[in-house]
Design a protein. Structure first.
Length: 446
């Protein structure tokens, strides 16, 4: 494959949620896998609903996921290019003026339905004479503009769904330009895909019909078609669609819960595929696992509990380099031995702070049996401690006291950490060190 160019094209009218992070990720991982580039395009022609703060939030949330666009464009800055394309379509007789009001169209649709006909636009506007149009203009009525569809089947080989087709004879001619001259999404998207040289359009299957319409627009503008792929949509565990109002499934909401971005990316792209969802150590590893033709055609269900579990499992195998900055932000020095000792015990990264405190103190030890603690202190090996110290020490304590299993390990854990559970003491003991261990065995805060 020659180096692909993909794009993610959100409308900045709200925060990204896990559902609309999926096309971003599918595109990004596809570009990574094939040595391509990723364009972030803000579809912000709807000026009433688009907000700069949402555009900024989208870039930030993508950054959290690990997506850094190679190029960023805004449709609101490219209107002249769309005007030129619209003129070209008008010149070719493919874009025609319509004057119906929303009420008129609604009445016609109802009549069609009452007669058992499909509610397709009847193209009445094509029959308007120049005088009729002049009369509308004299009344101050402005036209909206529809694209004249050819009544034929559009077929393509979909990256996800395989051979696909839509019969355009069953569709209404789509409105491309509103009365006020503003553009709906359909035309600017095609114009940008042509102008920027997008090679692969990967998006949700809610766009399948758009693809047929847009394929005809590509052709009417003399351009060849990109390759299309339409992935399934995500629903909640109970099968409802995700809406922008579901704040806790927004990427920022998930980030606040402390869930791992890599787990979000993994679940978002592997859920509902024929491949098992398993933790990965990097987006590059994930890029090697995500196969578009393995994505199921049925909707994928998003389960928050599954995400939590995957997040913990992801954390357990992350290399230090992947968490270094975040550990530093928690006031933890990023040290290999510490990370190796605690990572397997974390559900959320910020819990590492608790173990940092256990290692460096001060903590309040729990001493259930003073005699036992004194005996154990007397048997503590000499410094420096290493990975074998714990085993040697506990064997000696067991031999001297007769304690085994929980009766041996629990009082030592409680003395050393003040807690009943936690990471392997064999790994923690060398980090705590001999001096603090002795103080804690003596019941002192250290
Ligand atoms: N702005 C469109 C959307 O968010 C983009 C769809 C596309 O990828 O073409 O649905």
């Amino acid at each position: 494959m020659t180096s692909p160019l993909v794009r993610f094209a959100p409308s900045p009218t709200g925060y990204l949620h896990i559902g609309n992070a999926r096309p971003a990720l599918f595109n990004w991982l596809f570009a990574r896998r094939h040595g391509g580039r990723f364009l972030l395009r803000y579809d912000d022609t709807d000026i009433a609903r688009s907000k700069v703060e949402y555009a900024d939030a989208i870039a930030e949330d993508l950054g959290w996921l690990g997506i850094e666009p190679d190029q960023v464009i805004k449709q609101s800055e490219r209107l002249a290019i769309y005007d030129a394309a619209a003129d070209r379509l008008r010149g070719a007789g493919r874009l025609y003026a319509c004057y119906e009001t929303a009420d008129e169209l609604d009445r016609r649709r109802k009549r069609q339905l009452a007669r058992g006909l499909p509610p397709i636009y009847d193209r009445a506007a094509l029959k308007l004479t120049d005088e009729q149009k002049a009369a509308f203009a004299a009344e101050g009525r402005k036209p909206h503009w529809r694209f004249l569809l050819e009544p034929r089947e559009v077929a393509w080989d979909d990256l996800v769904r395989g051979p696909s087709h839509v019969d355009c004879a069953s569709l209404s001619d789509p409105v491309l330009v509103r009365e006020d001259g503003s553009y709906l999404y359909t035309l600017p998207s095609v114009v940008d895909d042509i102008e920027t040289g997008v090679t692969h359009v990967i998006r949700g299957e809610d766009h399948v019909t758009n693809t047929a319409v847009q394929a005809q627009i590509f052709e009417a503008l003399g351009a060849s078609l990109p390759t299309f792929g339409h992935h399934n949509l995500l629903t909640t565990a109970s099968g409802e669609g995700l809406s922008k109002r579901l704040g806790h499934l927004s990427l920022r909401g998930l980030r606040e819960t402390g869930v791992e971005a890599l787990a979000v990316a993994t679940l978002a792209t592997l859920v509902g595929t024929s491949d098992a969802v398993r933790p990965v150590a990097s987006l590059d590893e994930l890029a090697g696992l995500v196969e578009l033709d393995h994505v199921s055609r049925a909707p994928a269900k998003f389960d928050e509990h599954e995400l939590e579990t995957l997040s913990a499992r992801t954390l357990h195998q992350l290399p230090l380099a992947a968490v270094e900055h975040r550990l530093n932000a928690l006031g933890i020095a990023a040290e290999e031995a510490f990370w190796q000792a605690v990572r397997g015990n974390l559900a959320k990264l910020d819990e590492a702070a608790q173990w940092w405190r256990v290692v460096h103190g001060p903590i309040e030890p729990v001493i259930a049996d003073r005699d036992f603690a004194v005996k154990a202190a007397g048997l503590l090996p000499a410094a420096p401690f290493d990975a074998t110290t714990w085993k040697n020490w506990t064997q000696a304590v067991s031999a001297a006291t007769g304690a085994r299993g929980k009766a041996l390990f629990m009082p030592l854990r409680q003395a050393l950490t003040g807690l009943d559970h936690g990471p392997e003491l064999a790994a923690l003991l060398p980090l705590i060190g001999r001096e603090k261990t002795l103080k804690r065995l003596a019941g002192g805060s250290a």
